[in-house]
Design a protein around this ligand. Structure first.
Ligand code: ADP
Length: 547
């Protein structure tokens, strides 16, 4: 046999996948697409080309202030134009953007800003009073840049600059540096639903690839005919990467600013007619409830997306039946950039059928680029049979391999991220989260899925919200306690009998607490940590059905 010559790739593999490459594409190819910020009565429109010019001005101004490669610049902002400009200016100049969760308590905001060592923070004018409470606790911030109208007296003697003046002093044309695609671009802290916030640092490459994956129709597949209502906050996992994906597809970005309630968002939808909308289930729930008493127009939407927590089947059905709107569920976490999969129906399943809804109730279907597996307590891999339940582990180019200044060894397993989510995977790659490891209810050696009980309860007439936690039980180790918000009379026996035919008898909760509201985390998830604490402190009035 004759020896064959070796073969190597002839591709330009040294081309760096950077956010700068995304910015250049959006500013030129899609320069006419728009960022629309809602002002409460109308949208303020600005083109992607103008966003890019402002990003150049902002980068020049930050450089003049002494910000350089690797420096952290925080944002304490709503979803709006200035925030989008920072999204591009900061990473493209080689610095690192830290999007701060404005809803965290002051001490936690201070903790993450000090931990990330932000030198500059861009603060939305409406949030100045909130930020002023944090400021005395900060150890690394030298300058605060205030975007929008505000009385800045409360900020004391820290160096304060005005965003508009800051930019006005510069011309566009900042020369973006060549960056290594593996360099740090953005940092986000987990929202701390189950533990303390941890910093996840995204690279240019991970951000580019994650945004590119979102272009596929298996996810949202946007085009420049789309307008995406970005209701998920830009401080929560980079608004699921939507601001970056939009500069790839040319889809316009609709930013709600501080108008984050159902009334505000419905007015925005009516006026600006988005085609896509991304929000967590509690927001979809709020829109559905608002729609019961008010005439809302969702006819412009071709699809909604929901993620961050399980979405109740009754909610998916309500949007479909009332508004013809298909909400597709996705799964992800801060550590996964976040999108790991979305639950579109598979081939051959008719839209609008119960079977379709069965598929859409999955947490997602693994997206290309992400590898997923489930493992048992010993770490052994379990079958993709849709029945074996274990911890979900993932790896891939936009999955974190560590945390910023936090070793967290228990979070990783042979190079895979342990998600802390418990669930199944089937032979087509659809996965179903049944619980978070910390929320699992262990009753008599069997597991009860709090997610399943919540989903069923949400479909029960008269139930507005339901969260189920495990409480200690002498005989069974743990039993479920259903915390429910109801319209009208609270009748635990009626709710239990509603569940009786739908889950095994032993899974039906005998402990019920009727509350005015389920507490939520800063990103709108049921705060079960707080519910458990309230139960422990005896603050929940528990009604017991049987002994
Ligand atoms: P935190 O972990 O602090 O809540 P994240 O926003 O990163 O912050 O939350 C990620 C978690 O949200 C996942 O690990 C999972 O438990 C939950 N989650 C996200 N999407 C879904 C979904 N579609 N169904 C059920 N749970 C989900």
């Amino acid at each position: 046999m004759t020896a064959r010559s070796p073969i190597t790739s002839t591709m330009q593999d040294d081309f760096q996948l950077t956010i700068t490459a995304i910015l250049r594409h959006g500013a030129t190819v899609h320069g006419r697409s728009e960022c629309v910020t809602w002002l409460g009565d109308r949208g303020s429109h600005v083109s992607f080309a103008e966003i890019a010019r402002n990003a150049e001005r902002l980068a020049a101004a930050l450089a003049a202030l002494g910000i350089g490669a690797g420096d952290r610049v925080g944002t304490f902002c709503w979803n709006n134009q200035a925030h989008l400009e920072a999204y591009y200016a900061v990473p493209c100049m080689g610095a690192v953007l830290h999007t701060i969760n404005i809803r965290l308590p002051a001490a936690q905001v201070a903790h993450i800003v000090n931990h990330a060592e932000d030198r500059v923070v861009i603060v939305d004018g409406t949030l100045v009073p909130l930020f002023a409470q944090v400021l005395p606790l900060l150890t690394t911030v030298e300058t605060v840049i205030v975007a929008g109208q505000a009385d800045t007296a409360a900020l004391g003697d820290v160096h304060v600059l005005r965003y508009d003046q800051f930019l006005a002093g510069q011309e566009p044309g900042f020369c973006w540096p060549d960056l290594d695609e593996k360099s740090a671009a953005l940092v986000c802290y987990t929202s701390g639903t189950t533990g303390d916030p941890k910093g996840v640092v995204y690279s240019h490459r991970s951000t580019f690839l994650h945004a590119l994956s979102g272009q596929a129709a298996t996810l949202t597949g946007p085009t420049d005919a789309d307008k995406i209502l970005t209701f998920v906050p830009m401080f929560h996992v980079n608004a699921w990467g939507i601001p970056f994906g939009a500069f790839m597809s040319g889809a316009s970005l609709l930013m709600p600013g501080p108008f984050m309630n159902a009334e505000g968002v419905c007015a925005f939808i009516r006026a600006e007619r988005p085609t896509l909308a991304a929000a967590v289930p509690t927001i979809w729930q709020a829109i559905a409830q608002y729609g019961q008493t008010t005439d809302i127009d969702l006819s412009s939407l071709r699809m909604g997306t929901s993620g961050g927590a399980a979405v109740p089947r009754s909610l998916l059905r309500a949007f479909q039946d009332r508004y013809g709107l298909r909400i597709i569920q996705g799964w992800g976490m801060t550590e996964t950039s976040p999108v790991g999969g979305m639950a579109h129906r598979p081939a051959g399943v008719e839209p609008g059928t119960e079977e379709e809804l069965d598929w859409r109730m999955k947490s997602g279907r693994i997206t290309a680029g992400v590898q997923m597996r489930i493992t048992d307590d010993s770490g052994a891999e379990l079958a993709w049979d849709g029945a074996s339940v274990g911890e979900i582990e993932v790896r891939g180019p936009w999955i974190t391999g560590s945390y910023h200044r936090d070793s967290a060894p228990d979070s990783f397993h042979d190079g895979w991220l342990r998600t802390g989510d418990i669930g199944t995977i089937d032979d087509r790659g659809y996965f179903q989260i049944t619980d978070r490891a910390k929320d699992v209810i262990k009753s008599g050696g069997e597991w009860i899925s709090s997610v399943e009980l919540e989903n069923l309860l949400a479909g029960c007439p008269g139930v507005l919200e339901a969260a189920v936690i495990g409480i200690p039980d002498e005989k069974w180790t743990e039993r479920p306690l259903a915390c429910v918000v109801v319209e009208g009379e609270a009748d635990p026996a009626q709710l239990a009998s509603y569940l009786a035919g739908k889950v095994a008898r032993w899974q039906v909760p005998e402990n019920w607490a009727f509350v005015a509201e389920i507490p939520k985390t800063t990103v709108g998830k049921y705060d079960k940590k707080l519910l458990r604490a309230r139960f422990k402190e005896g603050e929940l009035a528990v009604r017991r059905l049987r002994d």
